[in-house]
Design a binder for this molecule. Structure first.
Ligand code: OGA
Ligand code: NI
Length: 323
């Protein structure tokens, strides 16, 4: 088995830049996932985020989860096991940062936690934009292309899902998070340094994303697959809960603005693909999300097909024909 790609970001500044960019290109084309180290977010800030997130969970959410767990296990038993296929063994809350913050509406979070999470989000935001430009470089797109493609009228949608995956008595039957691809742009995940569980589907097999202290796991969402016309793919992944340990994960989603129009970059649409009608669709991001909320745990291809159908109904011209 090839090794899960780990990129040391400091190498992008030095003599080994070319090799590091090649590793990044290979990860984007063949894994849809990679892990980065020395990404510029300080160990101190990450340690603080982890400590406060775990404390917050134990103080405020563990009890609430126990009630869910009792009910879920009961349903699973009485339903002959099928209920496990329609639930996720996770405790989560969502922080939205852009275009507007929801922090003021979250009374269960204390001020210290909010302050640290604001700081962390601002670092993740910068890192996301830096990564998008590295992707542009590898794709032969001008600097800023992807940021602009996501921008819409009010800039990107950017938020953080804070999750805990508590110990699960039946991890084979009930997943921490069922298999899915991510709808948006680029995802930056700060995962527990000790407790594993995230897996991606590669060549038909589930591969572990190894925990690595102070690393950030990056993956490609459906919108980057569309913009690159399939050169980069969003990859199926899931979380397997552990029978005896709680796993923390903090996933930040850097997504297009709701009104951003998403379409394959003309420079990445090859003539042959155009002739074979193998071009990804053009659509408004919110329309895609409306479908995704109902179909998250299904394959992405029918979503792309539905967007293609919508494009025809709307009578829009294909982007490649217009530019
Ligand atoms: C997600 C996701 C992985 C994790 O929230 O979309 O894939 O490790 N999370 O929490
Ligand atoms: Ni995901």
């Amino acid at each position: 088995m090839e090794r899960f790609p780990v990129i040391r970001m400091e190498k992008l500044e030095g003599e080994e830049r070319e090799a590091a960019m090649e590793l990044l290109r290979d990860a984007c084309e063949n894994w849809g996932f990679f892990e980065i180290l020395n990404h510029g977010i300080s160990d101190e800030l990450m340690d603080e985020v982890e400590k406060l997130t775990k404390e917050q969970y134990e103080r405020c959410r563990e009890k609430e989860f126990e009630a869910f767990a009792r009910k879920a296990l009961e349903e699973e038993r009485s339903g002959g096991g099928e209920a496990g296929e329609s639930m996720d063994w996770e405790s989560t809350f969502y922080l939205r940062h852009l275009p507007t913050s929801n922090m003021a509406d979250l009374p269960h979070l204390n001020e210290r936690y909010k302050k640290v999470m604001r700081e962390f989000a601002s670092e993740i935001d910068k890192l996301a934009e830096r990564l998008l430009d590295l992707l542009c470089e590898n794709l032969g797109l001008e600097k800023g292309y992807l940021k602009k493609a996501f921008y819409g009228a009010k800039g990107p949608t950017f938020g953080t899902k804070v999750s805990n995956y508590p110990p699960c008595p039946n991890p084979d039957r009930i997943k921490g998070l069922r298999a899915h691809t991510d709808a948006g742009g680029i995802i930056l995940l700060f995962q527990d340094a000790e407790v594993s569980g995230l897996q991606l589907l590669k060549d038909g097999e589930w591969v572990d994303v190894p925990p690595l202290r102070h690393s950030i796991v990056i993956n490609i969402g459906d919108q980057l697959e569309v913009i690159t016309n399939g050169k980069y793919k969003s990859v199926m992944h899931r979380v397997v809960a552990q029978p005896d340990r709680n796993r923390m994960s903090i996933a930040s989603f850097y997504n297009p603005g709701a009104d951003a129009v998403i379409f394959p970059a003309p420079a990445l649409v090859e003539k042959a693909a155009e002739e074979e009608n193998e071009v990804y669709p053009k659509f408004v991001f919110q329309d895609y999300m409306n479908l995704y909320v109902r179909q998250k745990f299904q394959a992405k291809e029918p979503r792309f097909e539905a967007m293609k159908a919508l494009e025809t109904v709307n009578g829009q011209q294909r982007p490649i024909a217009t530019s």
